[in-house]
Design a binder for this molecule. Structure first.
Ligand SMILES: Nc1ncnc2c1ncn2[C@@H]1O[C@H](COP(=O)(O)OP(=O)(O)OP(=O)(O)O)[C@@H](O)[C@H]1O
Length: 260
């Protein structure tokens, strides 16, 4: 696999903060891989996603480099799709589903509205929304949480981006729906040959389908490697603890273990 992005010595410090949210990260992202970014709350996962997408808030200081193989930073919406934990943050509550999915395709693929609506309908079929014709005319609140997340995926993929960042995209869903959405994401990115960056606190979920994992803690990259080798022979004590405990990383531990 060729390298899509070389991240070198990347640090990010938010405005008003003294400690960096990301601290001297070195990581390669391969084109077409499924890379899981794993870490507890506050470890810097979303900061990495925002840095990759060029979506850091004003005043955030960025040091180091992100070298994209294309030579250009990917444009969010066109080259890079985003799916968040809460579909409400990416879906507009007062716009019908069809229009929201069509909009990205219209803008970035330069389609007419008629073509974009036809494309949106196809996208809703691909993410397996029941009765896609009806869903086109629905507002987001008329759908279930799992269906809304399917719409958010359809909207993120509508402009055929090469990279999809899923930031805790399944965390708010119950386990059955979570498994369905993960397998849908897996299928869609494989079909399209996309690169998937799957951000999660759940090592067990990620290890089920990611090619490689990168473990983060306190803004640092603890270790990264092929999923099987990190899971079977982790190098770092933190990764060992993580695997041994299958700890739910959404809840920071009250007492830090001596080993960390
Ligand atoms: N806009 C901001 N301004 C200041 N500090 C921020 C901002 N966004 C995040 N941080 C801080 O940066 C650190 C990393 O946050 P980040 O959201 O990247 O972590 P995360 O691993 O994605 O956590 P979570 O799983 O809870 O979303 C945290 O200490 C957080 O409080």
């Amino acid at each position: 696999m060729s390298t899509l992005c070389q991240i070198r010595n990347l640090s990010v410090t938010y405005r008003g903060q003294t400690l960096p949210a990301l601290n001297q990260i070195d990581l390669d992202i391969a084109a077409g891989e499924r890379l899981a970014i794993i870490g507890e709350s506050g470890s810097g996962k979303s900061t990495l996603a925002r840095a990759l997408a060029g979506l850091l808030p004003p005043g955030a200081r960025l040091a180091g480099e992100m070298r994209w193989s294309s030579g250009l930073t990917p444009l969010p919406g066109r080259d890079l799709g985003f799916v968040f934990q809460d579909p409400s943050s990416s879906l507009n509550p007062v716009l019908r589903v069809g229009e929201q999915v069509a909009e990205g395709a219209r803008r970035h693929l330069r389609l007419s509205w008629t073509e974009a609506y036809a494309h949106a309908l196809k996208m809703l079929e691909r993410v397996r929304i029941p009765e896609p014709d009806k869903a086109m005319k629905a507002f987001p609140h008329q759908l279930s949480g799992g269906q809304r997340q399917r719409v958010a995926i359809a909207a993120a993929l509508a402009a055929k981006p090469g990279i999809l960042i899923a930031d805790e995209a399944t965390s708010a869903l119950d386990m059955v729906v979570q498994a369905e959405i993960v397998s849908l994401l897996d299928e869609l990115v494989r079909e399209a040959g996309m690169t998937l960056i799957f951000i999660t606190h759940d090592i067990a979920l990620a290890s089920g389908f990611a090619d490689r994992v990168a473990i983060f803690k306190d803004g640092r990259l603890v270790e990264s490697g092929l999923t099987d080798s990190v899971l079977t022979s982790p190098k770092e004590a933190y990764t060992k603890t993580l695997i041994a405990s299958h700890r739910d990383l959404t809840t920071p531990p009250l007492i830090r273990e001596a080993v960390l």
